[in-house]
Design a protein around this ligand. Structure first.
Ligand code: ADE
Ligand code: ZN
Length: 327
């Protein structure tokens, strides 16, 4: 099996988190910003743990200051994704980083990202859709402004709303107002949970935010009643195994719960989260999973069909993607 070659659908990718370190260093040089402290000697991003990762992420993002920067970033990221065989991708965007939650500025950033996505689609055939995320550690107050930006700009490109950031800060219900606003506008919903929070964080995201997908969600495995509930309700998990392992949530690929969740009937999908931070790509995720669990191309193709069915896109796009997933 050559993992690079078969088509893939990625549902969980942070646009800034997918920025190659060389790209961020180049922008920092152009703008005379010193962020040398966030890099290791070999040029990769350096961080100690998840909370330090969030700080390094914010520092890297600080050099992305204009819609043109995001245009260039989107092209660079989609080129990498397409090289791993990704044909459809959903990326998290934050009006917090793109114009400081000012609606007029946000429109300009979104237009630049969308234009780059159209360019990448013409060049490599990769299709992009966007999910606005509120950032937990920026807080519930800001999340209302974020949801307002998302609601005002939703459409066939911006299709979802989510929640990322430090899972230990605030409760999902603190963001319920923002999620209600997003749902009423017609956005599809997902939230990070069950990564640094336990099974209760997944239960809370389902009950208080009424999401249809969970970002990560893997710690549901610590509560088998919850696992059964996820399977019964058809909740889709955006699983990012390499991210979990790089951040020390699980010691090895074999110890990662994705295979057991799958065996128990939970709809799992495969994503990279913040690939250069975690030294991964979609190709590498598939290679490591194949090694750890003896998964073959048929298993992966089934997972990507699940992902396409759970994608936050219109039905014509979904049909097109499902067709391209056929062997
Ligand atoms: N922001 C970027 N990557 C993240 C992750 N893995 N978890 C939560 N917030 C994030
Ligand atoms: Zn994430």
């Amino acid at each position: 099996m050559n993992s690079k070659d078969f088509p893939k659908v990625e549902l969980h990718l942070h646009l800034e988190g997918a920025a190659p370190p060389t790209f961020i260093r180049g922008l920092a040089r152009e703008k005379h910003i010193d962020i040398s402290g966030i890099f290791a000697e070999d040029g990769s991003y350096a961080f100690r743990d998840f909370w330090h990762f969030l700080k390094v992420y914010d520092a890297a993002t600080s050099v992305l200051q204009t819609p043109e920067d995001y245009h260039r970033l989107t092209l660079a990221v989609l080129e990498e994704s397409a090289a791993s065989g990704v044909i459809y991708s959903e990326t998290f965007l934050s009006p917090d980083f793109c114009g400081g939650r000012d609606l007029g500025a946000w429109r300009e950033y979104l237009a630049a990202i969308r234009e780059a996505a159209a360019e990448a689609e013409r060049k490599d055939g990769i299709v992009l859709r966007a999910i606005v995320t509120a950032v937990r550690h920026i807080g519930p107050e800001a999340s209302r402004e974020t949801a307002f930006c998302a609601a005002e700009t939703m459409g066939d490109f911006l299709t979802g709303f989510g929640l990322a950031g430090d899972e230990k800060l605030h409760k999902p219900k603190d963001f319920a107002y923002a999620f209600d606003m997003a749902r009423e506008a017609g956005l599809r919903l997902t939230a990070h949970a069950g990564e640094w929070g336990g099974p209760d964080s997944v239960r809370d995201a389902l009950a208080d935010l009424r999401v249809e997908r969970i970002g990560h969600g893997v710690r549901a495995i610590e509560d088998l009643a919850l696992v059964d509930e996820l399977a019964e309700k058809g909740i889709v998990l955006e699983v990012c195994p390499g991210s979990n392992i790089a951040l020390g949530l699980y010691p090895t690929w074999r110890k990662h719960p994705i295979a057991e969740l799958d065996r128990r009937g939970v709809k799992v999908t495969i994503s990279t989260d913040d690939p250069p931070f975690f030294h991964t790509t979609m190709t590498r995720e598939h290679d490591r999973l194949a090694d750890a669990f003896d998964w073959d191309e048929g298993q992966f193709r089934a997972i990507h069909r699940t992902a396409a069915r759970a994608a936050f896109c219109d039905e014509a796009t979904r049909d097109r993607i499902l067709k391209r997933l056929e062997p």
